[in-house]
Design a protein around this ligand. Structure first.
Ligand code: CMC
Length: 440
């Protein structure tokens, strides 16, 4: 039996013809505010007894959303309609958090109130600090984040009722506020230094730098250039529509799971090298290449698809053009390194040469592989003093607002149902049990 979408019957519907029965069924076409139309196949199974097959969701819109829009062919990224380049240039992370969560840019008083609502939650329950002692000192910060963020649900019982909008917002504020504290504590634990309590007189990025690099016996002076650059990186990473970790958060949340558990699931997904773990993998790759003269040999291995060798920080499921975030980060990279007095960072030189060669090479050109957000970010994080293992944790800190905004949107969506994909089963059909003594 075959079934093909044969034609767009009109602007507003698509007709599917089941060739085996000659049955024709109309499906509505839904139109968003921008972007491609989608065929609404919700009644497909009920009407035909067939499912669609789309591993990796390359052609599937899993939800309706008003938060983030990407045009992958044009290299456009909008948060609530605002271009990422403009936000990175003129806005700040707290404003972007407000925008993603609430839909509009805040007024001055709304911004002040929001910053207050976040900073009152920056400390973690004192007992949570004991969790860290249970980890090995060399635990990966993402392993610590998965565990500790999941454990928040054991501490904040007054914000677990997902049917209560106020509790949902308190949980959202708590997550945005506590992620930097939890991530900085993961770093402090790994280097054997005391945890630093947050400082609510500092802004989000400044406070994170203070909790990471400050020590109790000395005054810590925040480097404003570094703080501003980190704030910008946080803005660039804040949301990215229905990527793997966000879809995980939504799927986990669709069962009614509490927000802390859902965000822990998102963190686990982000950790993978094909997703947020790529920023760490890029730095390892650049260090392994080691010098510009070894780039051609590395590119040869990538093109030969030698096992496990990919040009990390290149390629994207949606962007078939330069990732707009990578453009901003590349520019920032030069500025930050210049400000910090890092002259001739060899890894930056290798990265720029890799990019130059790849963008001229047929293999990458034909597959439309361009630098993504992770290609240059690690070089800045390294210059700021973060160890490589912290890179993905920094991504998680920034992405928490996107995850929680999407989670809230899902809960408030009247069309929301538990996420329950089906499958194309290719295993055995029914067969009789064979007792142990009769198995050859
Ligand atoms: N290096 C070499 N070849 C690549 C790369 C790469 N980085 N990315 C894709 N390809 C090739 C791939 O081998 C395939 O070739 P062919 O058509 O000959 O089989 C073709 O390009 C299409 O690749 P795909 O794996 O089917 O594409 P995808 O949309 O499933 O994967 C991706 C997207 C991001 C997982 C992939 O490009 C990749 O693994 N990139 C490296 C990891 C990375 O930088 N990830 C960060 C993504 S952006 C931030 C985030 O999401 O967190």
């Amino acid at each position: 039996m075959t079934a093909n979408v044969t034609q767009l019957k009109s602007q507003n519907s698509a007709t599917l013809t089941d060739n085996s029965s000659n049955k024709r069924i109309d499906f509505p076409m839904l139109e968003g505010s921008v972007g491609p139309k989608v065929i609404d196949i919700r009644k497909l199974y009920a009407e035909t007894g067939h499912f669609t097959y789309d591993p990796g969701f390359t052609s599937t819109a899993s939800c309706e959303s008003k938060i983030t829009y990407i045009d992958g062919d044009e290299g456009v990224l909008l948060y609530r309609g605002y271009p990422i380049e403009e936000l990175a240039e003129h806005s700040d992370f707290s404003e972007v958090c407000y925008l993603l969560l609430k839909g509009e840019l805040p007024s001055a008083s709304e911004k002040r109130k929001f910053e207050h609502d976040i900073t009152v939650h920056t400390m973690v329950h004192e007992q949570l600090t004991r969790f860290y002692q249970g980890f090995r000192r060399d635990a990966h910060p993402m392993a610590v984040l998965c565990g500790v963020v999941g454990a928040l649900s054991a501490f904040y019982h007054d914000s677990l009722d997902i049917s209560d909008a106020r509790q949902r917002m308190i949980a959202s504020h708590r997550l945005i506020a506590k992620l930097p504290t939890i991530a900085a504590m993961a770093y402090k634990y790994s280097v054997g230094q005391p945890f630093m309590y947050p400082r609510n007189d500092l802004n989000y990025a400044e406070n994170f730098l203070y909790m990471t690099f400050g020590v109790p016996c000395e005054e810590y002076k925040v480097n404003k250039t570094v703080a501003r650059a980190l704030d910008k990186l946080f803005m660039l990473h804040a949301d990215h529509e229905q990527n793997a970790s966000t879809s995980t958060v939504r799927l986990a949340g669709s069962s009614g799971a509490n927000p802390f558990a859902c965000i822990a699931a998102g963190i686990a997904t982000l950790w993978g090298p094909a997703h947020g773990g790529a920023n760490e993998a890029v730095l390892q790759m650049l260090q392994e290449i080691g010098s510009k003269d070894r780039i051609p040999e590395f590119i040869r291995k990538v093109k030969a698809k030698e096992e496990g060798v990919r040009l990390m920080g290149f390629g994207h499921r949606v962007y078939k053009n330069y990732d707009p975030r990578a453009k901003v980060i590349q520019k920032s990279c030069h500025e930050v390194l210049g400000e910090l007095g890092v002259k001739d960072e060899p890894l930056l030189e290798i990265a720029m040469e890799l990019e130059r060669i790849a963008l001229q090479d047929d293999y990458f050109v034909q597959r439309k592989l361009y630098p993504n957000v992770d290609f240059y970010s690690g070089i800045i994080y390294k210059a700021m003093g973060f160890p490589t293992a912290m890179f993905t944790a920094l991504f998680a800190v920034a992405r928490t607002v996107g995850w929680i905004a999407q989670w809230n949107e899902m809960i408030e969506d009247p069309a929301q149902k538990i996420g329950r994909p089906r499958q194309l089963y290719t295993g055995h059909g029914r067969r009789a049990y064979v007792p142990l003594h009769r198995r050859g």
